[in-house]
Design a protein around this ligand. Structure first.
Ligand SMILES: N[C@@H](CCC(=O)N[C@@H](CS)C(=O)NCC(=O)O)C(=O)O
Length: 225
């Protein structure tokens, strides 16, 4: 299924981010998928920040963000699209039957489209706008919305170990990295099924390696531009 004659994969990542973002930068999703798939990769660092604004990088990642992916002339961006592309080549992230693949895609979109928006908005308020007057009104609304989504997700999981197909898939990988955005809160811990689900997936050696590698790539201080 996998074409091993292809050249190595390159992904982009940051050389430095503040402590609060370490372990959350979205190249982690891609690193994790590549580890699960057993595909080696090299990292191209976006530094100095002006690199991200360069015409060259914008041709690769139009919004100047991390991560981006390249292999043999195929350049991709959006962590979800990259993880899906990797999953489509690896049975370790997706079943082979058409119905199973469609279910994985469905939950992959649910992670990014139904869970990530409230989760990201809450994190944005807490991590980047803490104490600002407007957040006093907005935060409770966003938290309530996030909890409604987490509650529904927890109900779906119930006794299930994974979202779909009775096995770990790319959908779980993305869902877990979305839930991790709430690590500064106790929201996930309020749902025992979700907490156990996160612990189960985070115990995977591929996740542990991906996280170790992302953290190891950061330097303590921003390098001189
Ligand atoms: N939807 C994009 C979001 C990418 C994103 O937000 N990347 C962050 C790091 S986690 C970034 O590069 N932020 C800097 C910026 O937006 O300029 C994806 O999933 O790839």
């Amino acid at each position: 299924m996998m074409n091993t004659a292809l050249n190595p994969i390159t992904i982009t990542a940051y050389r430095w981010v503040p402590q609060l973002a370490r372990g959350l930068v979205r190249d982690l999703r891609v690193r994790w998928a590549l580890e699960e798939a057993g595909l080696p990769y090299t990292v191209q660092f976006c530094w100095p920040p002006s690199d991200q604004a360069s015409t060259e990088y914008r041709q690769w990642q139009p919004f100047g963000q991390v991560p981006a992916y390249a292999r043999d002339g195929l350049e991709l961006f959006e962590s979800g699209a990259i993880v899906l592309h990797i999953a489509e080549q690896s049975e370790s992230l997706m079943p082979t039957d058409a119905a199973g693949r469609a279910r994985v895609r469905t939950w992959l979109f649910a992670a990014l489209n139904s869970i990530e928006p409230p989760v990201q908005e809450l994190a944005g308020i807490d991590l980047f706008h803490r104490g600002e007057a407007w957040t006093q009104q907005r935060r409770p609304q966003v938290e309530e919305f996030a909890k409604r989504r987490l509650s529904a997700l927890s109900a779906w999981l119930g006794e299930r170990e994974y979202l779909v197909e009775g096995r770990f898939t790319a959908a779980d990988l993305l869902m877990i990295t979305v839930l991790q955005i709430l690590r500064h809160t106790d929201l996930v811990a309020q749902y025992p099924a979700l907490k156990a689900y996160c612990e189960r997936c985070e115990a995977r050696p591929a996740f542990q390696k991906a996280l170790r590698d992302q953290l190891a790539d950061f330097v303590e201080q921003p390098p001189a531009a």
